[in-house]
Ligand binder design. Sequence first.
Ligand code: ARG
Length: 467
Amino acid sequence: MNDQSKLWGGRFSQPTHILMEQFSQSVSFDHRLYKQDIAGSIAHARMLSRNGVISETEFNDIECGLNEILAEIERGDFQWSESMEDVHMNIEFALTQKIGEAGKKLHTGRSRNDQVATDVRLYLREELDVVGALLTLVQKALVELAAQHTDTIMPGFTHMQSAQPVTFGHHVLAWNEMFQRDYERLQDCRKRVNISPLGCAALAGTSYPVDREMTAKELEFDTVALNSLDAVSDRDFVIEFNAAGALVMMHLSRIAEELVLWSSPAFDFVDLGDQFCTGSSIMPQKKNPDVAEITRGKSGRVTGNLMSLLMIMKGQPLTYNRDNQEDKEPLFDTIDTMQLTLQIFAAMVPTIGVKTDNMLSAAAAGYSTATDLADYLVRKQIPFRDAHEIVGNVVAYAVEKRIDLPAVGLDQLKIFSAAIEEDVFRVLELQGSVESRNHIGGTAPDRVREAVDNARKLLDAREVYPV
Ligand code: ARG
């Protein structure tokens, strides 16, 4: 095809370089925006005819033509062509071929600059809602897992060392809190995504009588962008979404890391469903937690996309620059990666088998009630720092004898502190320890049950996109 037949070919006398088409095309990836592109074009054309810029017949032809193209694309009958650069020109060219002159009027009062910004915002809005729904599924699965384990005792860790006993339900609800914040972040981001740039044209607005509020309403935007230069140029909404997405993936990755550790024979706290693991081709005993490991890897990839997007944007003067074409692949990749990862997590969580006996004995073996013993001494009027010292001595003794704290025995404990009496064993026991942490946010089983109820209510009240 010679350049005279390109939609922008008028001013050119020489054909483009042989590599130019391959280098500058985006249709191989931005064809995903076809639905939004067509919806945006129909809204724009309807507005033009309402305002007398094109006739009603012309609008009807445009609408019918675009709907036919939509059907062709969905049937797989549409021929995308890289010589037409991008999704916008492919569709507009096909429209003109189909309906003739009226097709050439569609682009009146508009530019690909406001067009692409509109398309990406519409596309992201929908995918963001899918992400929200999938995140809700993961949260619901976690809350149900927590509900089954409000009384299951495990060691809680700091520095990866056994620290204090906690309930497994409490631990799982910590994961849910992370995702609760992620969900809220995405909802907040949606407000800044759902703003219409349409009508801002190339950069300065247009001299045609456009009704930006009308097109915004038809496309279900919350509002219109208030500065045309900013509207066609900034992609901060893409970056913001990817940043929220990188946090979702970071949280999934942290959970994945715990599942990798806990499913290893060294911990043996959980068993992941066979469906989500693979074997080794040479070591028959192995069951590898692949979903968790790939998730950890994919979080790096989504953070990489965030870096790409920031770098693409940071050197751009106002207004639109072609650099922005490079935002699509990282954005689409982040959307796909997140959706797939959330989907598989939602399916995997209910298959997590919890080895409660192993968790309990690990908690008992790790001197995890040492803090409880110190608190006990404080209640007997010993200053906390002194209590800490006494308990340190008791632990050192138990380590040396290779026994747990309750096995130290009252006579021996009394040698470390005369304040210790028979009632000490209640606090040295794991059950008493977790039950005593009975306040908002604490690990006591009663509190965890309460937190499960609250989380269920919150999730049930959420309006989510059907997936
Ligand atoms: N494919 C382009 C993009 O993704 C569309 C906008 C092109 N605008 C232009 N003035 N060349 O950004």
